[in-house]
Design a binder for this molecule. Structure first.
Ligand code: SF4
Length: 434
């Protein structure tokens, strides 16, 4: 009987993609997904981006040890890379493998045996290879991710990721295009291009390779799925993406730009290489070219030294811009990052209040953006029934509006279909297939 595995994933889209890849490689080695059954192997693909994510990673490992005492327990991912010893000390953990080990992790796990914990973590900064999978990775989402870039050389002062993921590395463009064609061949109408620092795609491949050139080539492919760009640094947005935007083809008119702060002084202490003015001009440029595009932003509240005035500048900037939503995070000091040693952290109550104010603004912006969709035709990527057996489905539009609809014909998750928005109540957007 085949041995069974389960994988728990924390953190970002890139980590999720890595887990899907690992699952596919384990299956090819003869393993099967445990599903409801008892697993022989549990892998926790950890995250280190905030203290909460690191804590949840440890909790997931402890829980797996309690719930599956006979399974082989392994940890990988960014917290495994950043704090291998801490995870190795958790009872029952038999293997801790770093991010550089991920391309060979399936074989390592296949050959692993219970016993004293083995730690296989090498220096992520020494990684030079992208290590593309040799098979298609589709995962279990209706809108699959394609990781085309890994690593980061930006060293924002609050971020542990350059240490845990290593330097910028990119997928060979021919391989990326082949993967996209493969996803289209499987019936997916949309793929999400992801990376740790996506806008730096190609820097390691040569000057002629950029994210824009990759996207241009992908869009020119006859049967390529439409592409959603997961996140772009404000200073790396290029106007070329605007001319490539479309509804059911090309680049989705949805751009996520991490602002973090609207204060010049705070951005400078964060080592973020742009100004609030540049961010504002990019958002306005997108809105002028594509009035119905969704532009989202990340906000990091409570960075050391952030004053009430700094945060008021952030809110005022966000308020003034045609944004569709915000993702709001409180500052979390990460070990071995410069910001962890910075003085002047606002007290916890102030940080909570700032996050709450930014989230309230986000709710308002999101509601107003959704209301603008009333009566519009959108192309949604069908996700699946709202609940098992329900006739109502959810879908995600080109401009990132979650839509509910009742299909008028048989539809498979991942396919694109045109709908017209009939009503918007709060966050519930109801549409009719055309
Ligand atoms: S760009 Fe900055 S925040 Fe993003 S992964 Fe790199 S160092 Fe971290």
């Amino acid at each position: 009987m085949a041995k069974r595995f389960s994988i728990t994933t924390l953190g970002c889209k890139v980590n999720q993609y890595d887990s899907w890849r690992l699952a596919g490689e384990l299956v090819r080695l003869g393993w099967e997904q445990a599903g409801e059954g008892e697993p022989d192997l549990v892998v926790v693909n950890t995250c280190a981006v905030t203290a909460a994510a690191a804590r949840q990673s440890r909790q997931a490992l402890r829980r797996a040890g309690r719930e599956h005492p006979d399974a082989l327990l392994a940890a990988t991912g960014c917290q495994a890379q950043a704090a291998a010893g801490e995870l190795a000390a958790i009872p029952g953990v038999a293997l801790v493998a770093g991010n550089p080990q991920k391309p060979v992790l399936a074989r390592m796990l296949d050959q692993a045996s219970p016993g004293p914990c083995r730690v296989e973590v090498s220096d992520a900064r020494a990684c030079r290879e992208f290590g593309a999978p040799d098979r298609l990775v589709a995962g279990d989402r209706a809108r699959p991710f394609l990781k085309v870039q890994d690593g980061c050389d930006a060293f924002c002062t609050y971020c542990v990721v350059p240490a845990t993921r290593g330097p910028c590395r990119s997928m060979d463009p021919e391989a990326a295009l082949a993967h996209l064609c493969g996803l289209a061949g499987m019936g997916y109408g949309e793929a999400v291009l992801t990376g740790i620092h996506l806008g730096r795609y190609g820097v390691d491949l040569g000057p002629e390779h950029t994210l824009e050139s990759l996207v241009r080539r992908a869009v020119a492919l006859l049967d390529a799925p439409r592409l959603r760009l997961s996140s772009l640094e404000p200073d790396e947005f290029v106007p070329g993406f605007l001319s490539l935007a479309g509804k059911d083809k090309g680049v989705c008119p949805h751009f996520h730009l991490p602002l973090q702060s609207g204060s010049r002084a705070v951005l400078s202490r964060m080592n973020r290489p742009y100004t609030p003015e540049l961010f504002a001009s990019v958002v306005r440029e997108i809105a002028a070219a594509l009035p119905h595009a969704a532009v989202g932003a990340d906000v990091l509240a409570g960075f050391p030294g952030e004053t009430e005035t700094d945060f008021a500048e952030t809110l005022a900037l966000l308020e003034s811009l045609p944004l569709a939503y915000l993702h709001v995070f409180p500052f979390s000091p990460r070990p071995q990052t410069p910001a962890a040693t910075f003085s002047g952290r606002p007290d916890a109550a102030a940080v909570r209040a700032r996050c709450a104010a930014a989230r309230k603004l986000s709710d308002r912006k999101r509601g107003a953006f959704y209301r603008r969709m009333e009566g519009r035709m959108l192309f949604v990527s069908a996700q699946g029934p709202v609940a098992p057996g329900s006739g109502e489905w959810t879908g995600v539009s080109e401009n990132y509006v979650p839509v509910r609809f009742v299909p008028n014909k048989s539809v498979a998750p991942g396919t694109l279909l045109p709908v017209r928005v009939e009503s918007v109540r709060g966050e519930k957007v109801v549409a009719k297939p055309l």
